[in-house]
Design a protein around this ligand. Structure first.
Ligand code: CP
Length: 319
């Protein structure tokens, strides 16, 4: 990776995206075998700097760092001196003074990770773990990793794959990062949502737009259901949850319309019964838990490539 930071999928060329995915596959192959932990980041320190709640991203970065033998410091704004008014700058500098070399930043403000990277306040590598409604690059990388594992004929090129992203596009950093990444790899992306949940300016995005899930569902190779982000909604974006689920939810009826071999993704956490029924979330076509597992491998690859870890050891060398 050329950039010392991962702030946006725009930071990555197609060959760098493939480098991350290939490295993740190699790391996953090794750590799924006899060697559970690699020494490659031994003595290095990474910090989870989370100003917003998280289960998957924070824990998988922690697992990823530990599997590479790095030290991990976890910071959560809740219960910290942020409540006393401590700034992002002072918080980051405090953690760097404790030895941090890489900060994994989640923040409710779009651009917070970029601000840290570009301010000169700290010299650490910065990884954007979700900034407001802007981007969530490691989520898109793990989604692409998951998709390619199900379509091996598209290992290096997603041309010919039609991928639907359904629901709350407006508030979704996952959707923005995925549009950039999936189209960079050649996929056709169709955004499917009520007009109120499609962002202004979407005409300039390299995507198709549809307001009718039933018209699209049988043409999709992968369907990515998005969480309805109630916490970012200060207005009524649809008449009722019941109507949303009827028109844009993936329920038992629509499940039958999916193409054979199509996969169901969701970044989590799921609102069961709203965007996804239990029957769909738990169906054989659902790859949601694979996404979680792949998140660890992809985040190992990101840490390894950004921090310049020592060479990945050969299998059979236990540490
Ligand atoms: N997908 C995702 O970002 O989940 P968390 O909010 O649990 O990290």
């Amino acid at each position: 990776m050329r950039s010392p930071h991962l702030l946006s999928i725009k930071d990555l060329s197609v060959s760098e995206i493939l480098e991350v995915l290939d490295t993740a596959r190699e790391l996953s192959r090794i750590t799924d075998g006899a060697m559970k932990k690699l020494p490659t980041l031994r003595g290095r320190t990474v910090v989870n700097l989370f100003f917003e709640d998280s289960t998957r991203t924070r824990l998988s970065f922690e697992a990823a760092a530990k599997r590479l033998s790095a030290e991990v410091i976890n910071f959560s704004a809740k219960g910290s001196s942020v409540s006393k008014g401590e700034s992002l700058k002072d918080t980051a500098q405090t953690l760097e003074a404790m030895g941090a070399e890489l900060l994994i930043v989640r923040h409710s403000s779009s651009g917070a990770a970029a601000r840290l990277a570009q301010s000169g306040w700290v010299s650490s590598h910065i990884v954007n773990a979700g900034d407001g409604m802007h981007e969530h690059p490691t989520q898109a990388l793990l989604d692409a990793f998951t998709i390619r594992s199900h379509f091996p004929e598209h290992d290096r090129d997603f041309t010919g794959l039609r991928i639907g992203i359904v629901g709350d596009i407006l508030h979704s950093r996952v959707a923005r990062s995925n549009v950039l990444l999936l189209t960079a790899l050649g996929a056709t992306v169709v955004l499917i949502a009520p007009p109120t949940l499609i962002p202004i300016g979407v005409e300039s995005w390299p995507v198709e737009i549809s307001y009718n899930l039933d018209a699209e569902i049988s043409s999709l190779d992968a369907i990515m259901m998005l969480r309805v982000q109630g916490e970012r909604m200060n207005d009524a974006f649809f008449p009722s949850e019941r109507e949303y689920a009827r028109d844009f939810g993936l329920g038992a009826q629509r499940l039958k319309s999916l193409k054979k071999g199509a996969i169901i993704l969701h970044p989590g956490p799921i609102n069961r019964g709203l965007e996804l029924s239990a029957a769909s979330a738990d169906s054989p076509q659902s790859v949601i838990l694979e996404q979680v597992a792949n998140g660890v491998a992809v985040r190992m690859a990101v840490l390894y490539l950004l921090m310049g870890g020592t060479p990945i050891p050969k299998e059979g060398v236990l540490v």
